[in-house]
Ligand binder design. Structure first.
Ligand code: ADP
Length: 250
């Protein structure tokens, strides 16, 4: 290990290096002292601050109930913060009114643990959905859906129903749907929660490829084995507080 690096095994056992702001390219996601309270007494997030740059791939981890999903919901405007400011893709979310929410969401690809595919439509039609909503022409839809299917390795499955696919393939379709409109930001909530370790690793490597081409990727996962193996920046939540923010060593 580089003698300049500080060992810190207390949270996830990485060798750590400092994470100075100068290394972060133009910020794509900024949290400034963000708190979220559900009901009068339950604070799910407390004064959380961080910045994620364009093209970064970052994990948010922590125990069940730590606030990971809440953090992602705030980015996707599913929930609003009680205090603090959030900016996504250079927009202050506090200024986004209800009718502006679809426009913000078009810039964010969302992936869920249960992938939320429509079982009465083909794989192609599921992936096409965000493009249809955005008013993309039919010709472009065909090109883009096939490009997305190609990226996730499922070109041969476009006519199938999602129900006929394996769990790993279904999650790949969910990812293709999230990237088909080429959003600058992808957020994923426990995307490997239902998959075995081998499939989980494949899915995470897929996300890493999107990060490598400039997309900002934020993934909530409590699976420390996978998080460690990917060797990316990690935000650690504990009872709603951001208790660590580090990159593992090279
Ligand atoms: P995680 O994703 O890390 O498991 P969550 O963000 O789902 O954590 O939850 C954080 C805390 O907020 C938990 O205590 C949870 O019970 C609570 N919580 C989450 N959503 C709601 C809600 N809609 N209403 C009330 N409490 C909630």
């Amino acid at each position: 290990m580089d003698p300049g690096l500080r060992r810190d095994d207390d949270v996830v056992g990485f060798a750590r290096i400092p994470n100075p702001e100068s290394r972060i390219p133009a910020s794509m996601i900024t949290f400034d002292k963000v708190s979220k309270r559900y009901g009068p007494n339950h604070e799910a997030l407390t004064e959380v601050s961080f910045e994620i740059g364009a093209g970064e791939m970052v994990f948010v981890t922590g125990h069940s109930g730590a606030g990971k999903s809440t953090l992602l919901k705030l980015i996707g405007l599913v929930e609003r913060p009680t205090r603090g400011q959030i900016a996504v893709n250079h927009r202050q979310l506090a200024r986004v009114k209800r009718r502006g929410i679809p426009d913000v969401r078009r810039g964010i690809g969302m992936v869920f643990q249960d992938h939320r595919l429509l079982t009465d439509r083909t794989v192609f039609d599921n992936i096409a959905l965000p493009l249809i909503i955005a008013g993309t022409t039919r010709e472009d839809i065909g090109k883009r859906v096939r490009a997305a299917l190609d990226k996730v390795g499922l070109l041969a499955k476009e006519k199938e129903s999602p129900q006929t696919l394996s769990a790993g393939e279904q999650q790949r379709v969910g990812i293709a749907r999230a990237i088909v409109a080429k959003p600058p930001v992808i957020i994923a909530d426990e995307p490997t929660g239902n998959l075995d370790p081998q499939l989980s690793a494949e899915i995470m490597h897929l996300f890493a490829e999107f990060g490598a081409v400039g997309t900002t990727v934020l993934i909530a996962s409590h699976d420390l084995n996978i998080v460690k193996r990917l060797n990316k920046r990690v935000l650690v939540l504990d009872h709603g507080k951001l208790i660590d923010d580090f990159r593992p060593s090279a």
